[in-house]
Every structure is written in structure tokens, then in C-alpha cells.
Design a protein around this ligand. Sequence first.
Ligand code: HPA
Ligand code: ZN
Length: 341
Amino acid sequence: MNNTSKKDFIQGIPKAELHLHIEGTFEPELMFEIAKRNHKKIKYNSVEELKKAYNFDNLQDFLNIYYEGAGVLMKEQDFYDITWAYLEKISSQNVIHTEIFFDPQTHTERGIPFGTVINGINEALKEGQKKWGISFKIIMCFLRHLEESAAMKALEEALDYKNMITAVGLDSSEIGNPPSKFQRVFERARKKGFLTVAHAGEEGPAEYVWEALDVLKVSRVDHGNHSLDDENLVQELIKRKMPLTVCPLSNLKLKVVKNLQKHPLKTMLQKGLLATINSDDPAYFGGYVNENYWAIAEALNLSEAEIATLAKNSFKASFLYEKTKREMIKGVNDYHRQTML
Ligand code: HPA
Ligand code: ZN
């Protein structure tokens, strides 16, 4: 299969996105527009200048700019608008289901009410489902560089919006902030009926992935790259059918991998891990979900069958009902079969 038809194959295949920070979809043009209407200053003078700053040496480098960008979001309409822009984008990429993260503490710490944030995001997602049929779940992430007590406070606030939130997650600066720091807040979240996920093994060691599994009792591991350093862990992840939400362009831009040819995705698949492809923070890392599929398929010379496996994995790993998962997986199989005719 040549590269053009592989691109078409990726474009058309139905897929889900499971690792996406809504604050990471904030495109520079929209950032300037919203900053202007909110009378907020951005450190950069133009879109071009801002884009030039998107050169990261590591996760923290990126997070500094990402939090600054999110700082111009003030009103429910702002949260609606960034979510809507993301949906417009993925509606053109055959993403039929999305599970998005948001970071409430990034906003509540600045005095923005929790409800302002989640209502804006949720309203856009509901409208998007009506317009494009894209189903969705919302996952609230705790910022791991802050204390567990701050996460606990965010969880208490979230209880009023429980019907809108499927799971809690853990993001921000990984090294030095292990999953075990958040044992009690995750315990309480599970008791209240939330599912759990956590970023682990992006920059942090395999040990953090073990903690995500055994202490936080996650249903998915976000990133998980460093799992491959520990063969016992790999076997455990396989045994548990534990999904990994892998983000190739993010890994490249944050220097988790040297280049995409060295990316562990193919090894993950060959070992039988339930890996999925996601965009993480597409406005900052140079591509939405299809660009991630394209880049990694080209770098690792993935076959059509491997691409179809990744798309099926995205539904298997989702928080959809089993029946819906089966229907969506059938959609992938039908699509694959048709392209072979
Ligand atoms: N890792 C940790 N925190 C984040 C990320 C990420 O890739 N993106 C946004 N917050
Ligand atoms: Zn992430």
C-alpha cells in the first residue's frame, strides 16, 4: 500500500480519541481572539511569535506555556468555543467518539467557578453530538504538582456535576509526583462512582505505572511508554488487558522519544498490549488524531491491519457500553473489508 492510500485509509477509518486535554486544543488564533475579548494580555505579540515558543525540551517546558495559554479562558462561552473548535476539527477526521480531559484546578485557582468550566465544555459536546453524532465522555484531571488536599477540594466541587463526569485522571508534572501521592483522593473518587485513569510512564519510571494500577486502580494508563522497561509490568498489563493511550507527536515534541522511528508503539502492539493513538495537546504538538496516525504509520511502516487494530483498540479501551463498543468495532471491520475489495 502506498503512502497516499494509507493516508486515505487512516482518514476514513472510524476511530475514538481517549487522551485529549481540551486546554491543549487551544489554537493560537483563537487564543488571541479570546484574550482580546477578555482584555487579557498574552506574553507574545503575535500568533507567529507564540508559535515560535512551541519548542519544548521536556514536559515542564510545555506545561509552562500550556498553563499560560489556558489563563485567558474566563467565561462559559470561552470553554464552549475551544471545545467547539476541537469538535469541528475531529468531525472532519472520522472521530466518532471522544473522551476528553479538563483541568478544573487550572481555572478554579484563578477564581473561575467550576460550573463555568464544565458547563461550557459539556454544552459544546452536547451540541456536537447533535450536529455530527460524535459521542463523548468527560474526564476531570487532578494537577499532580499540587497537594492532594487541593485535588480533594476539586473532587468535592465535582460532586455537584457528577452526572457530567465519567472518570477522574492525573496529569501535569510527573517526576517527583507519583500516583501514590493521590491514593486517598482516588479512593474517594472510586467510592463516589468515578472510574479512574492516570498519566504514568510518560517521563516517569515503570514504578509509577505499577502504582497507577495497584494504588489508583486505573482503568487505563495514559502514555505508559516506560512500561516497556519492566517486562513483569508488560506481562501484567497484557494480563489485565490494560489500555495505554499513546500519543506519538506529543512524545516526539516533549522528547520522550528521540524520533518517531524509535517510538515503542510497534513493540507495544507486537507484545499484545492494548495501545491506542491519541493527540494529547494537538494545538501545541502539531497534529490532531489523524496526523498522529499518519506520522506513526509512516515512521514505523504500520500495515493496514495494524492501523485497523489501533482503531479497534480505541473503542475497546473506551468507557462506552459493551454493546456500543461492539457496534463501533464492527464499523471498523466493515470499513477495512470494503477497502480490500
Ligand atoms: N502530560 C502531563 N500533563 C499534561 C499533558 C501531558 O502530556 N498534557 C497536558 N497536561
Ligand atoms: Zn496528556
